[in-house]
Design a protein around this ligand. Structure first.
Ligand code: HEM
Length: 497
């Protein structure tokens, strides 16, 4: 049987090679090298975070090797990650190999080449770190998909009550008294409230808790190896953030506070849905916590400021704000003044703006996986032999701004890019770790919250422009995303049509 399997695999390889040859692509050595062990990964890390910066790190290598597929070390490297060696895939043709679960194993690769201790997640390996071939992956993912689907009617009301109303009230009062308002701070506060309300009908503040600092500390400990420019002394910062993992006990009490909240508010969901899926109560609660705080809260911390960033930039040279406001108000007017799903479906421009932000600035920029077997990897220009066990790394902001797919304005924010597009280009939008035209299932690794995220992002833009004709904001960079500080909002002058 083993010999037959090996022969079959060999055939597949030959087929792969044959198909590459048929596509007219030459099979080449993958360019690039890993350099001197230990020293080169540290030099690469410094180059990536401080001397060149993220985009230039990849750009210079593409130019040096004349290829969008090459070998490189990825940070953090020593002593955080034992093996920093990856094959980078940076174009729209090679990148999707990462979605192919027959060729790529996604076991313990959520963070890339390093893996935070499972002590940070109740001694469980959470869903996002499981390969679909592991039986628990299907159980946990089904549980989360069922939970989201059971709460679908609560999302719009929860977003209004726990996010939109308090956030915009605070934003306006801060602008009136201080001339500005830090959106990220308000988002960090109310996104957590909203998620608790949307998933469990009980936000942290309703149970007398403020979990924001617990959540932030716990996230920081896991993401520190990816963060830079917190302090001006780069060598010191490199030592503090990228060299040794922080011990989990530093956030033990924070995690326990989060866990108690999820145990108390998530009990109903766990009893009904997790047991149906065959999950233990404890494993379900740890996964609920992770999906809500790491996946969802961590995601919205980055996504909403990113959308605002592009809206703020676009406001200076286009009439985009006016067009969005007109669209939102006319659609809501047709629904008796209510922002419903039907109204939202009529907002084509808003839908396109959200997809364009997700395309040009995907909130999770890195995807990783190990080759399950030898195979031939194709870029636009060449084909390469990948060996079983090698790590593939995709830098998504390059792959989804590939001019061979999106044209000469691929690196520009084009608000209308996806208007009326139900598939032609949307299939190249990959923020959810899969094409936007496909759905998350227990058999793939696409984000379980895909539809929820897009819905909330569209609601956010619609709510913003139902209230305001336009806004101005100062935009900077903050940790893994944008920092947005509102400086003015112009309240809506026209009534809903
Ligand atoms: C996986 C992004 C919100 C649950 C993922 C992945 C990405 C992603 C890129 C794939 C990671 C990888 O394997 O490389 C985001 C972003 C979000 C968001 C940007 C918000 C803006 C959510 C929400 C949920 C969720 C609201 C709620 C349930 C998950 C789960 C996985 C996942 C369970 C693992 C899927 C699997 O193992 O098959 N997400 N996500 N995410 N996400 Fe999200």
């Amino acid at each position: 049987a083993a010999a037959a399997a090996a022969a079959a695999e060999e055939n597949i390889d030959r087929d792969n090679a044959h198909s590459a040859a048929c596509n007219g692509l030459e099979i080449k050595e993958i360019p690039g090298s890993y350099g001197i062990p230990f020293i080169s990964p540290i030099m690469d890390r410094l180059e990536y975070f401080y001397f060149k910066g993220q985009d230039n790190f990849f750009k210079t290598r593409i130019e040096r090797y004349g290829s969008t597929v090459f070998r490189t070390n990825m940070p953090p490297g020593p002593f955080m990650a034992s093996n920093p060696r990856v094959i980078a895939v940076l174009d729209a043709k090679s990148f999707p190999v990462l979605f192919d679960s027959s060729r790529i194993e996604k076991k313990d690769v959520l963070y890339g080449t390093y893996l935070p201790s499972t002590k940070l997640t109740g001694n469980y390996r959470i869903c996002a770190n499981l390969d679909p071939s592991e039986p628990n992956h299907a159980k946990i993912k089904q549980f989360l998909l069922n939970l989201l689907s059971s709460r679908k009617d609560q999302i719009i009301p929860a977003f209004r009550t726990s996010f939109v109303a308090p956030l915009f009230a605070k934003l306006e009062s801060q602008i009136t008294s201080n001339g500005q308002s830090d959106f990220n701070k308000l988002n960090d506060k109310f996104a957590l409230e909203f998620l608790g309300d949307a998933y469990f009908g009980s936000s942290p503040s309703k149970t007398g808790l403020d979990l924001q600092s617990n959540a932030t500390k716990w996230l920081f400990l896991q993401l520190a190896p990816l963060i830079s420019k917190l302090i001006p002394f780069c060598f010191l910062e490199d030592l503090l953030l990228h060299t040794f993992p922080y011990p989990p006990f530093l956030v033990k009490s924070d995690y326990n506070a989060l866990y108690s909240y999820f145990r108390s508010v998530g009990g109903g969901a766990v009893d009904n849905l997790a047991t149906q899926a065959g999950l233990s109560r404890e494993e379900a609660i740890h996964n609920l916590l992770y999906a809500t705080i790491f996946n969802a809260y961590g995601g919205f911390k980055v996504l909403l400021p990113t959308i605002l960033k592009w809206l703020a930039f676009s406001s200076s040279n286009t009439d985009l704000h006016a067009r969005i406001a007109a669209e939102a108000r006319s659609a809501v007017g047709g629904e008796n003044g209510q922002l419903t799903i039907t109204a939202l479906e009529k907002m084509d421009l808003i839908r396109s703006v959200v997809y364009e932000a997700l395309r040009i600035d995907p909130p999770v920029q890195f995807q990783y996986g190990h080759a399950k077997k030898d195979f031939i990897l194709e870029s636009h220009d060449a084909a390469f032999q990948v060996r079983k066990g090698e790590m593939i790394f995709g830098y998504q902001p390059f792959a989804t701004t590939d001019s061979r797919v999106f044209g000469s304005d691929a690196r520009e924010f084009v608000p209308d890019r996806f208007v009326g597009d139900n598939g032609r280009l949307l299939k190249y939008v990959w923020w959810s770790n899969g094409p936007e035209t496909e759905d998350p299932t227990v058999g793939n690794k696409q984000c379980a919250g895909k539809d929820f995220v897009v819905l909330v992002a569209r609601l956010f833009v619609a709510e913003l422009f139902l209230r305001y004709d336009s806004f101005t904001a100062v935009v900077g960079k903050f940790l893994l995303g944008a920092q947005v500080t509102f400086t003015s909002v112009n309240k809506a002058k026209t009534k809903i049509a």
